[in-house]
Design a protein around this ligand. Structure first.
Ligand code: KIV
Ligand code: ZN
Length: 379
């Protein structure tokens, strides 16, 4: 299916790199099983060479899940690839994700190397990874700032060496959406064997553009998005899975499809947030506490007249059981009347006006008026 977008979840690898968010092996298996239920295509389970615990986690996840491909990260060095290959021994479908810096900034400052030497190392790494698994993804780290001609040569060479997926990461979250999309388009136009591999995108959120860049990537031909639950990840995080999935879902005219059961988005978000002790910001798109909460009088009145007025998706579609009307000093009579009626109180207009005046006094002091406060008020 030409417009099927593969969802590669890296919550347990890039996401877990967040300071203080480390999980035990059992917790990682629990998250992996929920990701499987959510319908992700690939679970990046860890970086096996990095620690015995991470190695064990990849082994256990590979044993526990059935449908998603299980992926293990490695640098483009033999020892890393051996550890990844070993950890994936029990996977029904295993993928090694290997790669190296592709920008001149990385080539110079990280590797003190040259483009030619990096290209040779990349090809060697992919060939070595293919001795363990048939599915090898190559990442061209810092592709967002890499020379485009070199990126095309590198992509062509790793595909020739056996890469089935080529990841073009915006590692530093540097690109603008138009610029990133153009890079992907250029790769499609200039790499002769590009149709032998899937082009993947992996965007970081340093400028708050990860979701926009990912969408721009798929609109220009990429067919795999790398993302995390709640957008967690290095520094400002990765592309948020729930955001890209719902953007495709709401904008059906784009014609993209995923295998995601969107009704599992909110439960998985809560699970990851709880296990990682990483609260979801209240105004986070899709899964934040306020994502379906209406608090100003104009919005509440509009929402009560028709949900379509201020909601572009049904909360049930993302696993949130209902929208909320938050009663604050910005609320109007319509919202107050609605809430009172839900609590079983009906009033004529003059009485409602009196209650509304008292309600505003209370709301100015308490900021948010809950049902208990309201009962106190009407009594
Ligand atoms: O951001 C990045 O470039 C990465 C790679 C390891 C894929 O996380
Ligand atoms: Zn990353």
């Amino acid at each position: 299916m030409a417009n099927r977008i593969y969802i590669f979840d890296t919550t347990l690898r890039d996401g877990e790199q967040v300071p203080g968010c480390q999980l035990t092996t059992n917790e990682k298996v629990q998250v992996a099983l929920e990701l499987e239920r959510l319908g992700v295509d690939v679970i990046e389970a860890g970086f096996p060479i990095s620690s015995p615990g991470d190695f064990r986690s990849v082994v256990e996840i590979a044993k526990a899940v059935t449908n998603p491909t299980v992926c293990a990260l490695s640098r483009a060095v033999a020892g890393d690839i051996d550890a990844a290959g070993e950890a994936l021994k029990h996977a029904k479908r295993g993928r090694i994700h290997t790669g190296i810096g592709a920008s001149d900034i990385h080539i110079r400052n990280k590797f003190s190397s040259t483009r030619e030497a990096i290209l040779e190392q990349a090809v060697r790494a992919v060939k070595h990874a293919r001795t363990y698994v048939d599915d090898v993804e190559f990442y061209a780290e810092d592709a967002g700032r890499a020379n485009l001609d070199f990126l095309c040569r590198l992509t062509e060479a790793v595909i020739k060496a056996g890469a089935t997926v080529v990841n073009i990461p915006d590692t530093t979250g540097y690109c603008l959406p138009g610029e990133y999309g153009e890079k992907i388009k250029h790769i499609y136009n200039c790499v002769p064997n590009v149709d032998k591999a899937t082009i993947s995108i992996h965007c970081h959120n340093d400028l708050g553009l990860a979701t926009a860049n990912s969408l721009s990537g798929i609109m220009n031909g990429a067919r795999q998005i790398e993302c995390t639950i709640n957008g967690i990840g290095e520094r400002a995080g990765n592309t948020s899975l729930e955001e890209v999935v719902m953007a495709m879902n709401v904008h059906k005219e784009l014609g993209f499809e995923t295998g995601i059961d969107t009704t599992r988005l909110y439960p998985v978000s809560q699970l990851v947030s709880g296990l990682m002790r990483m609260p979801v910001q209240a105004n986070k798109a899709i899964v934040g506490r306020n994502a379906f909460a209406h608090s100003s009088g104009i919005h509440q009145d509009g929402h009560l007249k028709h949900t379509e007025n201020y909601e572009i998706m049904n909360p049930l579609d993302v696993g949130v059981d209902k929208s909320l009307i938050i009663l604050t000093a910005r609320s109007g009579r319509h919202a107050l009347k609605h809430r009172l009626e839900l609590l079983g109180y009906r009033y004529d207009r003059p009485t409602l006006d009196t209650i509304y005046t008292r309600f505003l006094d209370m709301a100015d002091v308490r900021k948010e008026v809950n049902d208990k406060d309201l009962m106190e008020l009407v009594r």
